[in-house]
Design a protein around this ligand. Structure first.
Ligand code: PLP
Length: 366
């Protein structure tokens, strides 16, 4: 009998029974969007979860829209460059352009896979036009030192936005807006959705207004905005996902530990920075000691194991962004040849993980 293919991702959101009480509330309220009672309750629970004041969270339709709103809030109508890593998902660069800024791609650190302050300062000094903002990306959910970036923003007078799409578990909110994704593929999902976290309540309120056509307590468009709202149905899924979060986190912690143990001692592969260091995410990325990611993906496919380069070879290699300026990107180019996402979902057991790790270890040796 053929061995079943192991998918790279198998999202699971709360089932119909878990959603039912919330859906019944929506039926009773007949309030379907526009900051309804479920969204407000979801935001309050998120604020408690992240130890933020009540006005520290604004939910939005997805993380990409959240990044646009955050960039518009910190660099309104400024134009100019947004310094950002090329090594990220394309959504980060799309959001920068949609917010009226030009991406200036910089390299990431080979140890952390994130941009460094020194790299950003170097790009600021050599940029041929003004730098309006910096977009820092959490690599595959690894926590970002928000206090250090808040200090950087204050010291250099350049606002910082944190793209922590996959960083729900490791997120700590500071002043600079931090944006989460609640896409179905993330650990805490609403189907489509996202949230902006910040200790600057006034900024969060203005972002919420911008997500509703710039309306704030009236039907006067007081600021530039668009429709970036979360619907009550997505908020219902979010509330049920939060109910399940302690159990989800236990499952993902166990899976992360099993992977970390299986990968430990395999000479030619290492997990992504911080994997297994106390936070969970929805992917498991490994880095090979040689440039074999494409060949390894083919070898794994032959072994009926799906894998994916979640961030491809960097944004600068994508046709849509190839024309934008960049600094030296040798680490990004190197990671693009060496990083691969392995299957990661709650249905995997110890035997699956052994099978995956042994296939990937031998693929690395070819
Ligand atoms: C780094 C990064 N930024 C932004 C996004 C976009 O998130 P969303 O699908 O919620 O718009 C993703 C999606 O995975 C991502 O990985």
């Amino acid at each position: 009998m053929a061995v079943p293919t192991i998918p790279v991702m198998a999202p699971r959101l709360p089932d119909a029974a878990a959603l039912m009480p919330y859906l019944e509330e929506i039926d009773a309220n007949r309030w379907y969007s526009n900051f309804g009672p479920l969204q407000r309750r979801f935001e309050t629970r998120l604020a408690d979860h992240f130890d933020l004041p009540k006005d520290g969270v604004a939910c939005v339709g997805n993380c990409t829209v959240g990044l646009m709103l955050a960039l518009l809030a910190v660099a309104p109508g400024r134009g100019g460059y947004c310094i950002m890593p090329s090594y990220t998902f394309v959504a980060s660069a799309h959001a920068v352009l949609a917010a009226g800024l030009l991406p200036l791609f910089v390299d990431v650190d080979p140890q952390s896979w994130a941009v460094t302050q020194a790299g950003v300062v170097e790009a600021m000094r050599s940029a041929d036009s003004p730098v309006a903002a910096v977009l820092v990306v959490s690599p595959f959910g690894a926590p970002v030192d928000i206090a250090a970036w808040d200090d950087f923003a204050a010291q250099h007078g350049v606002p910082v936005v944190i793209d922590a799409a996959a960083g729900f578990d490791g997120a700590i909110a500071g002043k600079s807006p931090l944006v989460l994704s609640f896409h179905a593929t993330k650990v805490m999902g609403t189907g489509e959705g996202g949230a902006i976290l910040s200790r600057d309540g006034a900024m969060v309120r203005s972002i919420a207004a911008a997500s509703n056509f710039g309306f704030h307590d009236s039907r006067e468009a007081k600021a530039i905005g668009f429709n970036g709202k979360l619907s009550e149905y997505n908020a219902a899924v979010g509330l049920a996902s939060l109910d399940a979060w302690p159990a989800t986190r236990r499952t993902l912690t166990r899976l992360t530990r099993l992977y970390a143990e299986a990968l430990n001692g395999v000479g030619n592969i290492s997990p992504s920075p911080g994997f297994g260091a106390g936070w969970v995410s929805s992917t498991c990325n490994v880095v090979f000691d040689r440039s074999v990611a494409d060949a390894a993906m083919d070898a794994l496919a032959d072994a009926r194991i799906d894998s994916r380069q979640w961030w491809g070879k960097g944004c600068h290699r994508q046709p849509a962004f190839a024309g934008f300026p960049h600094r030296d990107l040798c680490v990004t180019d190197d990671l693009g040849q060496r990083v691969l996402g392995l299957p990661f979902h709650e249905a995997l057991d110890e035997r699956d993980i052994e099978r995956i790790v042994s296939a990937v270890a031998s693929a690395a040796q070819r």
